[in-house]
Design a protein around this ligand. Sequence first.
Ligand code: NAD
Length: 324
Amino acid sequence: MLKTRFTELFGVAHPIVQGGMQWVGCAELVSAVANAGALGFLTALTQPTPEALEKEIARTRSMTDKPFGVNLTILPTINPVPYDEYRRVVIEAGIKIVETAGNNPAPHLPAFKEAGIKVIHKCTSVRHAVKAQSIGVDAVSIDGFECAGHPGEDDVPGLILIPAAADKIGIPMIASGGFGDARGLVAALALGADCINMGTRFMATKEAPIHQKIKEAIVANDERSTNLIFRTLHNTARVAKNAVSDEVVAIEKRGATFEDVKSLVAGQRGRRAIETGDVDGGVWSAGMIQGLIHDIPSCEELVTRIVREAEEIIRTKLGHLLAN
Ligand code: NAD
């Protein structure tokens, strides 16, 4: 067992998080992650309405009696999102852990705190982590440039970002972006984090509610198989390299507004692609960690393996360095 400030604060067995993942963070995956002793998050905006989120929370509870949370991501969207309604559902459902991401969580924090909810804020820079700490979040998740989804605009990889944040942050810290195995977990702990977050790695598990062909594509892909889209719109997103994301990058190079790429990047199109296994059918998030993903285990197998191998690395490989 690896005991850290994270496992203590959130009451989970292992220092591993499955954070928000649009179209993937549903009951099947979140409950499997929870049952494996890690902390899973339902992605609120994957549910089309706040009422649907309420049902998904109930469905997850029917599949696990372990703790899990809800991710609320606040980024530009094609259609307006009733964030306050999603927040109300989370509180009324009795959820006790929330991951906020994408924007300053301040407008939502008082209501969450009043409801006794622990808030983890996911951010991509030291300054935003410091700000989140100062307004009272319980933990920060710091997302390096390697990550899938939105890495921010500073392009600082985890090897620098995590210790730079650790120097400034007193509350528990989750290292995110580029994690998928025991080596990453031990490295994150050495860099000053208390836990790792994995997204793409959890997509390639038996329980992830996406098509087998997408899981196999992640296994086949290497660390170079991503594209950065929306660079020119200051809403950078790292997604799997495919025909559609290549086209978006080419259009942006010529100079584009969001309208010029909207039909290619629409989340609903990406959702269809990962649900039907049409690898080139739309834009779907994936990180550089694809280069270190070689199988499709169950969540239980994955979490158990990472923790067992991390203990071996610490005890044997690193321990021997001291002994000799
Ligand atoms: P969507 O269909 O509304 O938009 C598709 C993509 O275009 C998203 O990446 C969005 O940020 C971007 N976008 C939309 N309008 C834009 C604009 N005017 N300028 C620049 N970029 C714009 O998105 P969706 O798939 O329905 O997802 C809803 C939201 O949840 C998105 O913001 C998405 O990024 C976010 N989300 C991200 C993660 C993650 O990064 N891991 C997890 C959960 C949710």
